[in-house]
Design a protein around this ligand. Sequence first.
Ligand code: NDP
Length: 282
Amino acid sequence: MAAEILSGKIMSESLRKEIAERVSALKERGLTPGLAVILVGNDPASEIYVRNKGNGCAEVGMYSRTINMPEETTQEQLEAAIEELNNDSAIHGILVQLPLPKHLDENAALAKILPEKDVDGFHLINAGHMLTGTPGVVACTPKGALYMIKSTGVDLNGKEAVVIGRSNIVGKPMAMLLLQQNCTVTMCHSRTKNLAEHTRRADVLVAAVGKAGFVTADMVKPGAIVIDVGINRVDGKVKGDVDFDAVKEVAGYITPVPGGVGKMTITMLLMNTVEAAERTLA
Ligand code: NDP
């Protein structure tokens, strides 16, 4: 039997309705949640992501501001822009669109964002909260992926979870979230030996590799929940890390690309922003 498709599009629609209601409730109390996105340079993919984020804000009634900075922006100028937004009471969430031009120090810039306005969840304080399981801002992509996993209703206690990829923005926080759900978590990466032996054990398999069609049907346990984080451009089309057509015949649940995790990532960004705004009134 073919896998059930976990649609990020459908889940996002209902979540965005809920977010819009929370935005309205805040507006009634005189507060409009605001998101600021800093975009340095003119990377075409980043420009699309930033536009989508602005559209997402408009859809739920939030205020958004894009700060376009030229390619030759200095570290001091970037950090001054962040500082200004830290002090701006109309802004509850600040996001620095990555990757930054090579001459800029990404970690130093992220460290300047006030942790409570860090809606991407990349600040070391929020990464620390994630590690210790204490309340903080959870990174959008793994947060959205976990929401999709939980939507299956499958009891995660004691399940084998395998995450392929160990980046700070996806793989590592994803593994931590699954650990918090009492899964037995294995993290795989480019040095992992016999990768398929690990992935075939997975009740929950998350692919965050950045290689189109990397996860093939023979790597998947029948009935598994397969979450495809990958966004790869192949011949002008967006492809995931999972060989969708073949894997859907083996898996129990699978996320499509596009219309899967990517859609949920922006929704979780809106969620993190409304939560940040709500906290200022708490
Ligand atoms: P990175 O390039 O930072 O990390 C990729 C990871 O994959 C690394 O840990 C790397 O291992 C591992 N890897 C590479 N090759 C292999 C291999 N042959 N076998 C096993 N592991 C391997 O990418 P990101 O985590 O930033 O992103 C991953 C994918 O997710 C990309 O396609 C990206 O576009 C997409 N993405 C999607 C988002 C969304 O909203 N849906 C958000 C963010 C990213 P090692 O550490 O050893 O090098």
